[in-house]
Design a protein around this ligand. Structure first.
Ligand SMILES: Cc1ncc(C[n+]2csc(CCOP(=O)(O)OP(=O)(O)O)c2C)c(N)n1
Length: 341
């Protein structure tokens, strides 16, 4: 049975290889480049909406590194472009989703980034806030009942999702049944225009865990190593049968919620500038240079390669056809419903 306690994750507790540190750097730079491209495509009128994740790169790269491919299941939310890429989702398929092409995983019929990849263990993304939490817990229950060992479900959400009843139901059910699930909150302080102070009286999301006797770990969400350490530890604990763990990573959303809102109407430029001064991407670049993870030349080459990969992916997807009009009603109802697990 899990106990209610909270600890703070620290980057000093993780020993990462140079290769793993390079993976973190690569994934964070890729996420930033993909984000930028999404906003460019929107401004060019090629996609209807873009959802930025600037400020979430360290959380998602660190979590992606802790995810065990081929074993774990991921229940992401719409801001998880970097995370799904870090878990092996093909970049080209992400742009197929954004540009609504026929070869998109949903046939070009979903909102952007609402992809799915069963082979990778990545569940469909839902726009319904917190819906994925009960789904994730159901999958974790299924894993437990099957007797499978060392398999964990990752359930991602923003702090706003914790105002939904489903989130509390998921936490409680997972705790009661000691399920192998890690709840991962990307606390960026804002749920569109609603500040966290207008959502809850507790000082942070981790404080909720005690009410369910769930172990909680908090991490600096601008530090990918601290996030990796926290999520790895949570994963290990959940896999050992000790029950669910809540990891809260403190980060910030630097851009508007999507291209459809203007954050100048609800928060000050000073607040954004103050958070931006701690931007995880240049901060980790500096760390990587200082710790000789990469040389300055290698960093330049890496950035150029990522830019070329993103350019190539968008160019080739733009040349692909849209879905055929006759496919409009396809995939509305599921076919034979094979179990996931
Ligand atoms: C059930 C439900 N209610 C409201 C919305 C509208 N909505 C979309 S995103 C969002 C904010 C969610 O904020 P948070 O969970 O903190 O994640 P963030 O977008 O900040 O990463 C809301 C309220 C929705 N999609 N689903």
């Amino acid at each position: 049975m899990s106990t209610a306690s909270t600890q703070t994750g620290s980057s000093t507790t993780a020993t990462l290889t140079r290769e793993q540190l390079r993976t973190l750097l690569h994934d964070m730079l890729t996420q930033r480049a993909v984000d930028t491209r999404g906003f460019q495509l929107n401004r060019q009128g090629k996609i209807g909406i873009a959802m930025g994740s600037e400020g979430h790169e360290a959380v998602q790269a660190g979590t992606g590194l802790a995810f065990q491919r081929g074993r774990d299941l991921l229940y992401p939310y719409y801001r998880n472009t970097g995370l799904i890429l870090a878990c092996g989702f093909p970049l080209i398929d992400l742009f197929r989703s954004q540009l609504a092409r026929a070869k998109d995983t949903t046939g070009g019929r979903s909102i952007i980034n609402h992809v799915t990849a069963r082979k990778l263990g990545i569940a469909s993304i839902s726009s319904i806030i917190a819906a994925q939490c009960t789904h994730a817990v159901g999958a974790a229950w299924s894993i437990k009942r099957s007797g499978a060992k060392d398999r964990v479900v990752f359930c991602q959400f923003g702090e706003g999702a914790t105002s939904q009843g489903e989130w509390h139901e998921a936490m409680n059910f997972a705790a009661v049944h000691a399920l192998p699930v890690v709840f991962l909150c990307e606390n960026n302080k804002w749920a569109i225009s609603t500040h966290i102070s207008k959502q809850m009286r507790v000082p942070n999301i981790a404080a909720h865990a005690a009410g369910y006797a769930i172990h909680a770990i908090t991490a600096d969400g601008f530090d990918p190593i601290a996030v990796y350490a926290a999520v790895s530890e949570a994963r290990e604990r959940a896999a050992s049968g000790a029950g669910p763990v809540l990891v809260e990573s403190h980060c910030y959303r630097f851009l508007s919620h999507t291209t459809d809102d203007d954050d100048r109407t609800y928060r000050t430029r000073d607040e954004v500038a103050e958070q931006r001064s701690n931007d995880p991407v240049p901060r980790f670049e500096k760390y990587a240079l200082e710790h000789r993870v990469v040389t300055p030349d290698e960093l330049k080459v890496l950035k150029r390669e990522i830019a070329e990969t993103v350019n190539h992916a968008t160019d080739s997807v733009e040349a692909e056809p849209y879905p055929d009009a006759a496919s409009l009603h396809g995939n509305t109802y599921a076919g034979p419903d094979d179990p996931w697990i």
